[in-house]
Each structure stands twice: as structure tokens, then as C-alpha cells.
Design a protein around this ligand. Sequence first.
Ligand SMILES: *Cc1c(COP(=O)(O)O)cnc(C)c1O
Length: 356
Amino acid sequence: MSQYWTDLVHKLDPYIPGEQPQDQQYVKLNTNENPYPPSPEAIQALDSYNKHQLKLYPDPESSRLREALAQRFDVQKENVFVGNGSDEVLAHSFQAFFKQTQPLLFPDLSYSFYPVYCGLYEIESKKIPLNDDFIINTKDFDIDNGGIIIPNPNAPTSMLIPLSDIDKLCKQSSSVVIIDEAYIDFGGESAIPLTKKYDNLLVIQTFSKSRSLAGLRLGYAIGHKDLIEGLNRVKDSFNSYPIDSLAQTAAVSSIEDDDYFQQTCQKIIQTREQSCEQLSQLGFKVLPSAANFIFVSHESRGALELYTELKQAGVLVRYFNKPRIDNYLRITIGTEQEMQKLIITLSEILQPGKIS
Ligand SMILES: *Cc1c(COP(=O)(O)O)cnc(C)c1O
């Protein structure tokens, strides 16, 4: 607290990121990072990058990167916006589209950064409750609004909304609809093709999860060129060079290496299905996941207690002390070995001494 803070800063309720322990070696299954390294092509691009070039500002328009993304998603460069992590793309989108007279709508259980941006940009919002099975009913969003944002698959529930529902949502809405597809590559169908049909749809994705580049900080939005122009107006009123030269270089190579991308996504999906099976056998209820994480609760043991015991045993998962989900754990899908360590540790916690 300081007398020098503005009223707004006093009122902020900032996002709290998952732990990134700098000391101990944990099996780290708490922040939905990818357990596999980035594409070897991306690593090669960084290795051969001419560091003398760092004296120059990067391309403010990230042209090569936007071109590569446009090609991949069969859209034009004018339909692509890139930012310093999709969190930045989200922030600019909130500022560009959501400060309206009507409230912004999002699910009561969703990405906890959304209310934070509402606080920062003084945007009114209304939370739409998921049903008791954590299902998002898009019809519930058919009320007066100044915008809609939904993660698909949803975080932290991991559950997917069918594309046909998103189609209806865009049709019924006269405001901007944002689909946050941070996890779409792990089993969902992207809404990007619908951006050609609806000029109010913006789809946001990230390099942090399916492309193993969380440390590079890169995200992007795809939508009608007028939406992209709105984002560019905000970006160029904030920071003209959000994507550094190294990030632009590595990201292009990552996009071009589709084989590696497909392989690592498939591996994670396989490991996820295997882990779901094993966790069910240990008495966990596992929500159907289309993401690189699962959302689980145990039939007899509390989530906070399990989180604590796992941490003591060197396995880090995510616990949210929030209404409705305070008996769930969010577990990122790691390598097969990491998941085995999780399963063995949990068996030990649940049935001490009975480990095979
Ligand atoms: C991880 C995540 C993001 C942020 O990703 P970055 O690109 O790393 O900023 C955005 N939305 C959701 C739902 C996420 O889980």
C-alpha cells in the first residue's frame, strides 16, 4: 500500500500465477506447460540466430510470423494479430472490445485472468454459471451483453464445447465473441474456420501449451480484419515491439515443423487417456478432458490434503481455493514417466504400505 498509488491500483486484484519453484526439483504438473521440448527446428533457429541483429528493433508488424500463421490457418495476414503471450492478446482484446454499456459475459468457472482484466480496464462483467456437471450451455449467454469470452476447452474444467454451439453463439450475439483456445490442440476442433462466417468472432491461441514455448511468450488472435485493426490500434498505443526478434524467429520455425507438433500432441493425448484410466482405478472422478490437463476429485480424500501430501512427496499439482471447485485438483499431463510418478505417489498416499 502506498499513498502514491492511484485509486485504480488500490482496487486491483491481480492474477496469481501457479508456483514456479526455483529451488527444489519437482515433478511439475501445476501450470499446464508441455513436458516435451520445443520443436528441434525452433531450437535450431535460435542456435543459428545472428545475435548482432539484436542491436536492431524487431519487425513491429511481425510480418513473417503472421504470414506463417495465416498460411497454417488458411486466412490472410490481415486476419492475424500476435502478442507477447496470449495473455497480452487477451488484455488488448478486453480493452479494444469489451468496455461497453452492457456487461461482458463469461462462465463462472473459467480462466481467472478474465476478472483481473475487467478490474484493470474497469469493465462490467456477469458470470454465467455452468451446470452441475460443469457443462457450458451457450443458450445461457443469450442475454443482453457487451461481449462474451469462453475458453474452449474450458479451464480449469478441461471440458470441450462442440463447434456447433459456438456457431450458434456467434449467430445469436451482436457483440464480440472471443473463444480462448489455449488447449484446442489436445483434442478439440478449432473455431478458426468460423471467423470467415462471423465478423464478431475472435479466436485466440498460444504457443505456450501445444508448442512447448511458454518461455518465449507468444500468442495470437485470428478474426475479421476490422477486429485485428482494433487490436493493432491498442497495441500501437501501448508497445509497438511486443514480439522480440528471437521469438519471431523461433515461432516461425515451430509453425513450419508440423510433424513434431502433431507427434507431441498425440503423445500427450495418449498419456492423458492412460492417466485417466489409472486415476479412476484409484477412486478419482475425472472430468472428460480435451486438454493437456485433467480435473479430478477423490471419492474420499479432500483435494487440499492431497495437494499438500503430493507436494511433500515432490509432485506439484494445482489446487484452487474457490467455491464449487475447492475439492478438485488440476493436474497437467506430463511425460509418461512423470505421470507414473504421480500415480505411484498417489497410491502410496491413498493406501500407505500397499504399494506394489
Ligand atoms: C495458459 C492460458 C493462457 C495464457 O497463455 P500465454 O500465451 O502463456 O499467455 C490463456 N488462456 C488460457 C485459458 C490459458 O490456460
